[in-house]
Design a protein around this ligand. Structure first.
Ligand SMILES: [Zn+2]
Length: 298
């Protein structure tokens, strides 16, 4: 799934444009630590673009030098930033702020509205389910994630072709009972439709094909705090100015609820997760399941 925060670039780049001195000076003063930055526009200080970086100053300066981003720079009146202890905190905060503020120039997929997955039903056939009707954080045998129902079915057909699975056995198409399906006649199905392959064997191959897409269930009974400690830049014993030494990211059911400096403050952030957070899942799945972050029960 593509990252949600791509900046819409302007095809008519302007090589002669120079950002105002005030903007360049503000960018040069940014700290060299991880965090999230916002380009604010003239009208009502509304956010034009929100991004994250492991090095705020370098990243924002690179925006100012990019001729393809002149349209945004012309509208920018100021740049604000929030430092985080590390990269995970920056990723979580960026996704949260983009969702809350919907900046004009973040090319964002509306994936939370129609986030879909394949669910291996008791019948043995995969069915498309969406995050509004099924609790993605706690449902086993879920595979995905997909931005739409169409994308889920397309991936299933792709798996069928790669693994010579039968469209009829998968419930994707109909054929007269016991008759070979069209794909079996062109050797794209191993023949579960017409007895050439036992259904059990077909089902086992389907499960193996889906395994790499498995959505992990939330592995804790409730909310947890993920501890992220800042790594001061080499040669400096101190964090950058404004950078927290340590953050506890509060997460429940893959849903990011906020960050706090202490366990007591973190507990106050624990609320009921509002639906499945696809961004939280994609950001946290690897660092959490691999044990890269220290986890505290709340
Ligand atoms: Zn078939």
């Amino acid at each position: 799934m593509p990252r949600p925060d791509r900046l819409r670039v302007d095809t008519t780049s302007d090589l002669t444009y120079e950002p105002p001195a005030a903007l360049r000076e503000a960018a040069a003063r940014l700290p060299g630590c991880p965090g999230v930055y916002t380009f604010h526009g003239e009208e009502g200080d509304l956010p034009l673009y929100i991004g994250k970086s492991v090095h705020l100053r370098q990243r924002v300066l690179s925006h100012l030098r990019n001729p393809e981003e002149v349209r945004m720079l012309r509208q920018t009146r100021r740049i604000s930033h929030i430092c985080t202890a590390g990269e995970v905190g920056a990723l979580l905060l960026e996704a949260q702020l983009i969702k809350q503020q919907q900046p004009l120039m973040n090319q964002r997929l509306r994936r939370n509205r129609q986030l879909c997955a394949l669910h291996l039903a008791d019948s043995g056939q995969p069915v498309v389910v969406d995050a509004r009707s099924v609790n993605f954080a706690h449902t086993p045998r879920l595979y995905g994630l997909f931005a739409s129902r169409h994308a889920a079915l397309e991936r299933l057909w792709q798996l069928a072709d790669e693994h010579r699975l039968c469209g009829v056995a998968l419930g994707l198409e109909r054929a007269a009972t016991g008759k070979p399906c069209f794909r079996s006649m062109v050797k794209r199905c191993a023949g579960a439709c017409c007895g050439l392959e036992p259904l059990d064997a077909h089902h086992a191959r389907l499960q193996a094909a889906l395994a790499e897409l498995q959505v992990a269930c939330w592995p804790y009974p409730g909310a947890v705090g993920l501890v992220e400690t800042c790594q001061p830049p080499s040669g400096s014993p101190q964090p950058a100015e404004g950078q927290p030494r340590r953050q506890i990211h509060v997460v429940r059911d893959w849903c990011y609820l906020g960050s706090a400096p202490s366990l007591t403050a973190a507990r106050k952030l624990d609320t009921v997760a509002a639906g499945f957070d696809g961004d939280g899942y994609l950001i946290l799945c690897k660092p959490l399941l691999s044990g890269a972050l220290k986890v505290l029960p709340l």
